[in-house]
Ligand binder design. Structure first.
Ligand code: MG
Length: 384
């Protein structure tokens, strides 16, 4: 790894772990975080969770796992170019979606509605809950006992009421501070990854068309260049080449804009970064506008496409049925899901504690597990 910039996260100035541990012998503290994340149960489940397209719809679509790998790859390039901590960036990017429910955003919306009287459900908070509480692998603590910087990066958003309960890791949402630069890189890498891969997946699924995309400034600029270079190339190649050039343009713009900002501001430490009023990792104004244009396009034409919406509607029904059934009778929960029921009931109150345990169980499910659990509970002919 290249020499870290003074504003990078450094293990020596880390705010540390919740439970003290001896320093790793051959790895940095952030490599250890990354390794713990990769070995977690929640990470393996990402393989069978939806990004936009439900897992069984086709083998070529992104899943939460391949999405997370793409985010990590972009994040590492950006971090290394800016002399930031690549290990920390990798840890945050690989963990950022650990708390996602089955069935993508539809699953989250469904579970959030079910939880509205019990503190709600939000995947960022759940990702933090997974690494802080729900993984059970170590003798001395629950969770993965990650460093403050990784946890700070995982908690991308947080409502004020929740921030008050969460303590130091959420303090920035009360103080108007920023997270470290590695967390800022992870956040924008996520956006670049999904904007571009959703174009690719959306075209492959036939839900959006080349004609629609050619009305988008960034896509059209690159598509026109590629088409001029190779007018006879097969359509799929032109699209791949266009998407690859779009990613390159966005990442290059992000690195150059952020580099200029960092050179102007010269923060001397991660603590100074945290005190800045605005994020320091950004696109240029023009690229940001083109990025938003794509995002708006995907919202209107892909995420709200009637075929995606039908699947989303089914997903919400499955989640709601499961939630209601478990709330009515916790004896329907398998033993591994309710072994800490009494503890959460004591901590949060009878009903809220029960709801949280049910939400944890449902959020942990993969798409296919949720579908078969629904089948087992509601199909009278399935007795197993
Ligand atoms: Mg993501």
């Amino acid at each position: 790894m290249s020499i870290l910039a003074p504003y990078a996260a450094q293990p020596e100035t880390s705010r540390g772990r919740r439970y003290a541990e001896s320093a790793p012998q051959f790895r940095s503290e952030y490599q250890r975080d990354r390794d713990r994340i990769v070995h977690s149960r929640a990470f393996r489940r990402l393989e069978y969770k939806t990004q936009v397209f439900v897992n069984h719809e086709g083998d070529l679509f992104r899943t939460r796992l391949t999405h997370s790998l793409e985010v990590a790859q972009l994040g590492r390039t950006i971090a290394r170019s800016l002399n930031l901590n690549e290990d920390l960036t990798e840890a945050i990017t690989l963990a950022h979606d650990l708390g996602h429910t089955p069935f993508g955003h539809a699953g989250q919306d469904g579970l959030n509605q079910c939880m509205k009287n019990y503190g709600g459900f939000e995947h960022n908070l759940q990702s933090l809950r997974v690494v802080d509480d729900l993984e059970e692998k170590y003798l001395d603590f629950n969770g993965l006992n990650l460093t403050f910087e990784t946890r700070e990066g995982i908690l991308k958003h947080c409502a004020v009421a929740k921030a008050k309960q969460l303590g130091d890791v959420a303090a920035r949402f009360l103080n108007g501070e920023q997270p470290g630069l590695e967390a800022q890189v992870a956040n924008l890498s996520d956006e670049v990854a999904y904007n571009n891969h959703d174009i690719d997946d959306g075209l492959r699924a036939g839900l959006i068309t080349l004609e629609q995309l050619r009305e988008q400034t960034l896509f059209n600029a690159h598509y026109s260049m590629v088409e001029a270079l190779a007018p006879k190339a097969p359509g799929k190649r032109l699209i791949y080449e266009t998407v690859r050039r779009m990613i390159n343009a966005q990442v290059t713009n992000l690195i150059e804009t952020s580099q200029a900002q960092l050179q102007a501001m010269k923060p001397k430490s991660i603590e100074q970064v945290r005190l800045s009023e605005e994020p320091l990792i950004t696109f240029s104004a023009l690229m940001y506008e083109q990025h938003l244009e794509l995002k708006r396009f995907l919202h209107a034409h892909l995420y709200r496409h009637y075929r995606v919406h039908r699947m989303a509607n089914k997903a919400k029904t499955i989640i709601t049925h499961l939630f209601e059934a478990f709330m009515q009778d916790t004896h329907l929960l398998p033993p591994q899901a309710c072994q800490h029921l009494a503890q959460w009931q004591a901590q949060m109150g009878q009903e809220s504690g029960t709801a949280r345990v049910v939400a944890d169980y449902i959020a942990g499910m993969t798409d296919r597990y949720a579908i078969s659990e629904h089948e087992r509970l509601f199909n009278a002919t399935t007795l197993a």
